[in-house]
Design a protein around this ligand. Structure first.
Ligand code: PLP
Length: 388
């Protein structure tokens, strides 16, 4: 077992090198137009954290609180559901039923007779599946979601409430991804994955275009001199890549991006070390369930390999402490949403890392609290497990 405060970081040797544009702007314009038109849309709050800014020795610290997002509890509501609408529209066009159905047309049930014959599927550790199931219900299609063995019952129930069939499979998240794909092939279902790989990039690209809205709102809400740093948690890296692209569009210079992963599932850090997308094996066990991914998303890697300033991995205990610290400030962010703060806290208190990351008393840091209390049992257990 590692010491509670041990962490790893790597200054990215390829930071700033040129590369491909993985998320063209016109795709974001379409995603923003669709999502902001959905009933219940409202920007989530950007919260000021002056006490934690003082503790970590920076000038300003603000956290985008994704807890209230569409009543689903996480930023993932922006991605999976949007990708479901895009996939259904493409399928209707392919079948010659409607050339360009909008998500409003689909939500109105204009093509329900056809969409109700279509099944969407994905693997999830909770939040993505909840978004896909919600999107399937909203856009009138069927939905089957695969979860691996350690996904909590609370998360399964939260998906099933949207009418999806939830199937539990042995192994870890990556095993569930493979099972979703093979069942989809067998049954003619459409895969709505939040991770991309060679030959499968269009749907995860739509997912990531949806995520960009979170960073776009944060940029709208940010007052005063721009952020200098963003500490962002990553699983397969899609969310970090999306905010990287959007913050670069909105701020010049873009803030330095520090990607933070759990120690047992740090596939992006491993990829940066190896200089190529790299899989980490094992049970990927971590309390940060949404970040327990062993394989980077190809599209995400193409952005992050050159846009990330540094990669970090943090222990579970640091995440639990960050969760409690935010709770003490009256902000409820779940275990997968606090890794950025855990990374900032560890870096800020370690003089060498602080210097390497250019953190100073003048720094202005942006964090994304990517989920609220998405699993109350897990949250309360962590909240009450205070160390002396
Ligand atoms: C709350 C939360 N934050 C961050 C992430 C990481 O997103 P990605 O896998 O795109 O890196 C996830 C993924 O499930 C998540 O649930």
């Amino acid at each position: 077992m590692s010491a509670p405060d041990s962490f790893t970081f790597l200054i990215n040797p390829r930071h700033g090198t040129p590369g491909v544009a993985v998320l063209p702007n016109r795709g974001f314009v379409r995603a923003k137009e669709a999502i902001t038109g959905w009933p219940g849309y409202a920007p989530t709050p950007l919260r000021d954290l002056p006490d934690i800014a003082r503790d970590t020795g920076v000038a300003a610290l603000r956290l985008k609180d994704e807890g209230p997002r569409f009543g689903l509890g996480s930023f993932k509501a922006l991605g999976g559901a949007y990708a479901v609408s895009k996939l259904l529209a493409a399928e209707l066009s392919h079948q010659g039923i409607a050339r360009s159905a909008t998500s409003a047309d689909l939500a109105d049930g204009q093509h329900a007779a056809s969409t109700s014959q279509i099944t969407v599927t994905c693997a999830t550790d909770g939040n993505h599946g909840r978004s896909v199931a919600w999107g399937a219900q909203r856009f009138h299609c069927r939905c089957v979601i695969f979860v691996h063995e350690t996904v909590s019952q609370g998360r399964v129930d939260a998906i099933a409430q949207f009418g999806a069939q939830v199937i539990r499979v042995p192994g870890n998240y990556d095993d569930a991804v493979r099972e979703a794909e093979s069942q989809a092939r067998r049954n003619g279902w459409l895969v709505v994955s939040d991770t991309s790989y060679p030959g499968y990039t269009e749907v995860p690209r739509d997912v990531m275009q949806g995520y960009r809205l979170m960073a776009d709102e944060a940029a709208d809400q940010w007052a005063g001199p721009p952020p200098t740093h963003v500490f962002m948690q990553a699983g397969v890296g899609g969310a970090a890549a999306a905010i990287s692209v959007q913050l670069r569009c909105r701020f010049d210079p873009a803030p330095l991006l520090i990607v933070v992963e759990p120690q047992n599932a740090a596939c992006l850090l491993a990829s940066a070390k190896a200089g190529t997308p790299t899989v980490v094996h094992g049970d990927l066990e971590t309390i940060m369930a949404g970040l327990a991914c062993g394989e980077p998303s190809l599209l995400a890697w193409q952005e992050l390999e050159r846009a990330t300033f540094a990669f970090m991995s943090v222990p579970d205990e640091a995440a639990a402490r960050a969760l409690r610290r935010l709770a003490d400030s009256g902000i409820a962010i779940g275990e997968s949403g606090v890794a950025g703060l855990a990374g900032l806290t560890l870096a800020a208190h370690d003089p060498a890392t602080r210097t390497a990351l250019q953190l100073t008393g003048a720094s202005r840091v942006l964090l994304f609290g990517t989920e609220g209390i998405t699993d109350p049992d897990v949250y309360h257990k962590l909240f009450h497990s205070r160390r002396s």
